[in-house]
Design a protein around this ligand. Sequence first.
Ligand SMILES: Nc1ncnc2c1ncn2[C@@H]1O[C@H](COP(=O)(O)OP(=O)(O)OP(=O)(O)O)[C@@H](O)[C@H]1O
Ligand SMILES: [Mg+2]
Length: 565
Amino acid sequence: MYTSSNGLYVAHGPNGPISITGTMANRHGLIAGATGTGKTVSLQVLAETFSQAGVPCFMADMKGDLSGISQTGRMSGFIEKRCAEFGITEPRFAPCPVRFYDVFGEQGHPMRTTISNMGPALMSRLMGLNEVQSGVMDIVFKVADERGLLLIDLKDLRSMLAYVNEHAGDFRVEYGTVTSATIGAIQRALLGLENEGAEKFFAEPAFDIEDLFATQDGMGVMSVLAADKLMLNPKLYSTFLLWLLSDIYSRLPEVGDCELPKLVFFFDEAHTLFTDTAPALVSKIEQVIRLIRSKGVGVYFVTQNPTDIPDSILGQLGNRIQHALRAYTPKDQKAVRAAAETFRENPSFKTADAITTLETGEALVSFLDAKGAPGVVERARILFPLSQIGAITDGQRLDIRNASPLKGKYDNVIDRESAFEILLADRQRAEQEQARQQQAVEEQKARAEQERLQAQQAREQEKARKEWEKEQKAREKEAAKSSRSTKKTSKAGLGTVVIGAAVGAAVSSLSRSAGKAAADSITGSKTTDSKKKSGSQTAAGKAISSATSSAIRTLTRSILGNLTK
Ligand SMILES: Nc1ncnc2c1ncn2[C@@H]1O[C@H](COP(=O)(O)OP(=O)(O)OP(=O)(O)O)[C@@H](O)[C@H]1O
Ligand SMILES: [Mg+2]
């Protein structure tokens, strides 16, 4: 509880109230202890104290029991005893202002983000990718960025992977080889993520971290994320919280030292953050934790054993509440010793011995003093919360959700144009263009075929004309031959024959001209133009008249020749 005299008062030791130093509350903290020793209630007491001081907090509710922070607490035998021990006469039970969130949108406002916001490193962790696959994810994000393609949901990422696969050759020089096998492995990991229901988490409207900094009637608003279902996928849970932390870090301005933190972030089941996490990401987490305090954010890890947390991060957690640890096995005993060594020794008791004998709601406590030095460890009893201990009903949760100022803000998913839609449209355009080109090729083929047929027809007509001419010549030859034999057998009848031959020649000449005109008419070479056609007819007429006059001349000469003999 926050009081004017005790400040952020959270525990009571042999020497009286133990409080967190407000200016040091952003130097992070740890709540550790075996199951059932009082970690969740300690978290609730701490968060409630911050809320009363006007500091908003974010916390993940692993079992639903943190939701009680939204309701007024009640007196119990346990609390009555504590009141007597602490010298508290009339505890003022009261709730904290709470907003419930849920990644799956069931127990609170949906809390989502986009793939772009999550970034390649966290996406790779979430999907359990190896180093090579993570490298390809980096390329996929870079290409999407260069092409101005938004990666919002899982289908955007899927389309982008397919795009990079199809155009791998274009990126080889700049980014190196991207094999289909690697893309295939990432796509399979993506399928796994979809099967775990992660598509609900990657969508818009994305959560606006500004909403975490709300206050109400002078109290800090408690943002409680329902994590019971989310925790079934520890990787999704821890990656999500890590993203939230990184997002807060990247968006907040530097504030330097403050009287009180701007926000306190509780990370329950913190060990999930470091399980199967690449060393590069662990050092990134370490860096975020180190730097985020200058932005006025305190991060409090909650876990069963402090050894679950890497030393590089454990060393940064200045405010500690250590509940009881069990020491049944040699491994347990080692963990107890390790936990004890992280405290500044109190000469009045042995830390390692105390850790194993603490009661529920009792803890070894050490907070940073005003100069940032860790206080001597004290065996203390944690205050009881003024809000309700334990879960609330579904009806109470619904009432809070309905009364929230965020009602409606995140409820409906908006699927705006992003990589999936743009790449789909590009693909459709490309397919249409391909179909158009295909049609043009077909049309060209049809035209060529038509021209071929026309040429063939013309060739056949020319052949027919030539054959006709040949036959005609043969007929003329035949006619000339029979004319000569007739001349020999009948001189008297020669005139008639000559006349006949002349007439025949004239007719033949006439026929040739007519035949030529007819042939031209067949080939069409002289029939398309009416002028040429009439010219051709004139030529035929001339041929007829010339043949006729030639025949008459021959006839005359032959008659005259016969008469003179
Ligand atoms: N400071 C306290 N004041 C009042 N009651 C407490 C306190 N600490 C613990 N308790 C009691 O002990 C019970 C168990 O505590 P809590 O749920 O916090 O344990 P836990 O360490 O979170 O357990 P788990 O690991 O199973 O989550 C609480 O339900 C509550 O009844
Ligand atoms: Mg608990």
